[in-house]
Design a binder for this molecule. Sequence first.
Ligand code: GLN
Length: 515
Amino acid sequence: MQEIVGLGIRELRQLLDKKQVSAQEILKAHKKQIGLYEKEVDAFICLTDELSQKQASLIDERIGRGERMPAMAGIPVAVKDNMCVPGYATTCASKILDGFEPAYEATAVSQIIAQGAVLIGKTNMDEFAMGSSTENSAIKKTRNPWNLNCVPGGSSGGSAAAVSAGFSTVALGSDTGGSIRQPAGFCGVVGMKPTYGMVSRFGLVAYASSLDQIGPFARSVDDAAITLTAIAGHDRRDSTSLEYFFDNQNRVTTTKNGTVDFSAGLSEKSPEELAGKMRIGIIKELIGEGIDENVRQLILEAAKTYEKMGAIVEEVSIPSVKHCLPVYYILATAEASANLARFDGVRYGYREKDAKDIMSMYLGTRQNGFGDEVKLRIMLGTHVLSTGYYDAYYKKAQQVRQLLKNEFDKVFSKYDVVISPTSPSVAFEFGSKTDDPVSMYLSDIASIPVNLGGLPGISIPCGFSKNSNHGSLPVGLQIVGSSLADAAVLQAAAAFEKATSFHNAKSPLLERVSV
Ligand code: GLN
């Protein structure tokens, strides 16, 4: 039964449709994989056993009744623990939410469940999604399935590791500055941040509201596209969620009626049909200084792969990229300082005991409930918004954000997509960056501009770094499109996946699955 683990959505769906396997057997196989390796990986904060069992039996009943099943029927999905699922704690990997159980469900979660998915567990993350290695979790450390001495990336490290280790077929994460793409790159899987507003954020605990976006992790572009199709669309409970996007033919299409299929045509077409006519830019600022040489070489090889398909690949410049890190850490912390003000001991989770008055209760709760990185960011955010500093920092950062957007617009008037490494290096060792926040922040240098621009971006496996101290570790290729051009990004990603075999390489834990 273990050969079930590692299969993609369409393969599992075929087995289900032909009644060669049941949803309960799919669940059992994944639970077995979790039983074997979760001790080593620690991807989950909690397993949603009761719920997954119920959902899998329901799917089997429906199949038994001869119902036509939706796209993700019986597919095990892991969800980052900053999305609400009633009946289970939502912790955001923070002590401050200790004991908090949401009364409502995140729309993205409702949408995958409506498509028949089986929710297998909630995954570890950096506290409140602040971090790049999942080391900021107040609960546990998640290990990279490719090398257990290395971080899985972050902040959605648990979701990336779960998919890479074969604990689930796909997973949901959130990406504010790279938290889907960077861990996807580190764990050798596909991770996509859709256009800002493409997926409802209702029920996602807010970090930085002008940047946050939910998206899928998968082991193939097709699976990511199927999952995105399930979660995309307008939601009246999130006024920032959009109704429109561009489809494969560059037509404006509505997401309202559930008619959108981001995976349409991806599996049938050849790489040449998918990307042969594309104009692709390589972001000059992201393949030079500060980028690991092996990573750089692999990105240049990826460019050659696209050229072989017939695409035109040229260097493009987006000069404001060099300012993105400070701009992001001003805007994200400013927004976080406001969003995290609600955790005060009154409304959610943890409350400081034996406080002598309300003020010391607030202070004690926040002092003991939040971890160091979160406190650092609240202080930084409060500072940049304060009188006297607002114009110098916050306003200036907003202006540079606009400049960056203009530069992206200019590039996208000539190019369909742009490419870069997902991160400057491969997965690093635990503890190697925890004492130096800036070196940690630098791991998002390539992913952050995409959030600031509100653009769709994907990370797909594009090879392995050969001379690292930790054996062979996966490298991610980032593909970015203009706002709403999520279909074009998926198309370029699917073309690369078809032309290469990097996505077939499995993490050692998944490789060990006995066939
Ligand atoms: N690593 C970045 C940060 O710490 C991005 C995190 C994210 O995307 N949630 O803010």
